[in-house]
Design a protein around this ligand. Structure first.
Ligand SMILES: Cc1ncc(COP(=O)(O)O)c(C=O)c1O
Length: 388
């Protein structure tokens, strides 16, 4: 029986054993025991499916993976210690020396760092397509291109890419589409249903939703995930059972939380758009967003991230940051607490000026991760900070 999103989030559970617990307990164990040498042999030979060692799998991690697969409509997944472990392990599994990746120009700073700092040392090439020039994408595909990499909405520019359009290009050229779906969460957008091959999440963000644990996950077809699993069981970037347990509990309320985050975010985006000290605002579900129609087509709601520019460039931005009272200055996002970040001096400080420009990151740009406080209190804090 196919279940609705909220039901899958709650009712996809690992089986409990001894005490018939209603809520799945924490299996904080590095290894598992076998009845005899034959069971151990058969398990390692994968003739018998069971947990062997927590670097490979663990009941709490399995539950987290099963929940995300149900939410994303994916066949399989592998969970990681962080979003970046998911990004790196996915790349390392898919790519060989001599391959090329075509990525959108606006990507998370650490992902950009992998492309520019480490890819060259492995003889892997990465080039960027401009998010505002998508008609040029096809011409940038090379014979050695392995996949197109896309974030949508992008971090931190909150730009939108048309996933069905990208997937059609990938299918035509027989390459993969890999999507970082962290900003949208599986509640707002399901890239696999729109044609993506692999979907990556930093579970640290809205999946946890309360700023407690790091985690990551990649989901996709059984075949691709099998390759990622084989790489990961050798290299050890796996998610800890404790973090998986926390994340599984959090996913039970993902739909409720994300609905409220989005309700607050659209009100804040509207408030900022009308404020005289704000030069521009980007939020997927504002009519002024250049890709509003695409966002409406592929997302359920606009997400919790709003990007805007304060008048006065770097000075204006700095004065705003030093004036907020309730909102937190932090690099995280997707927390219950509203967080303001200055990408130009933090997450994207090491990104080259031309790449920053292509990604729409200006000196006065602020990224706000709208939390679950009462929206009136968030607006009051932003208003007093903008007033200074
Ligand atoms: C879009 C995106 N992808 C990946 C990551 C990396 O996730 P983590 O911090 O869990 O390693 C982040 C972190 O902010 C992100 O925003």
């Amino acid at each position: 029986m196919s279940k609705k999103f909220e039901t899958s989030a709650i009712r996809t559970q690992s089986e409990t054993t001894q005490f018939s617990e209603h809520s799945v307990p924490l299996y904080l164990t590095s290894g598992f025991v076998f009845d005899d040498s034959e069971e151990m042999r058969a398990s390692f030979a994968e003739e018998k499916q069971r947990d062997l060692y927590s670097r490979y799998s663990n009941p709490n991690v399995n539950e987290f993976v099963d929940k995300v697969c149900a939410m994303e409509g994916a066949e399989a997944g592998f969970a990681f210690a962080s979003g970046m472990a998911a990004v790196f392990s996915t790349f390392a599994t898919l790519l060989n020396a001599g391959d090329h990746v075509l990525s959108c120009s606006s990507v998370f700073g650490a992902t950009h760092g992998l492309f520019t700092k480490y890819f060259p040392k492995w003889n892997i090439e990465c080039s960027y397509f401009n998010i505002n020039e998508v008609d040029a994408i096809e011409g940038l595909i090379q014979p050695n291109t392995k996949f197109i990499y896309a974030e949508t909405p992008t971090n931190p520019g909150v730009d939108i890419l048309d996933l069905e359009f990208l997937s059609a290009i990938c299918k035509k050229h027989n390459i993969l589409l890999v999507v970082d779906n962290c900003f949208a969460t599986p509640y707002l957008q399901n890239p696999i249903k729109l044609g993506a091959d692999l979907v990556i999440h930093s579970a640290t963000k809205l999946m946890d939703g309360q700023g407690r644990v790091l985690g990551g996950i990649t989901v996709g077809s059984k075949e691709l995930i099998r390759e990622i699993y084989l790489f990961s069981r050798l290299t050890g970037p796996s998610l800890s059972p404790f973090n998986a347990w926390v994340l599984s509990k959090s996913l039970e309320t993902l739909a409720l939380r994300v609905e409220k985050h989005c309700e607050n975010a659209i009100k804040i985006a509207t408030f900022l758009e009308e404020h005289p000290k704000v030069t521009w605002v980007k939020y997927p579900f504002l009519k002024s967003h250049p890709k509003y129609d695409i966002a409406k087509k592929q997302m359920r709601l606009g997400g919790n991230i709003v990007a805007f520019e304060v008048e006065g460039g770097l000075k204006g931005g700095k004065s705003f940051f030093d004036s907020v009272k309730m909102c937190s200055l932090s690099a995280n996002l997707g927390d219950t607490r509203t967080i303001v970040t200055h990408p130009a001096s933090t997450t994207h400080a090491k990104v080259e000026p031309e790449v920053k420009k292509a990604a729409g990151i200006t000196d006065g740009m602020v990224r706000i991760s709208v939390g679950l406080e009462h929206v009136d209190d968030i607006i009051q804090d932003l208003e007093q900070a903008l007033g200074k």
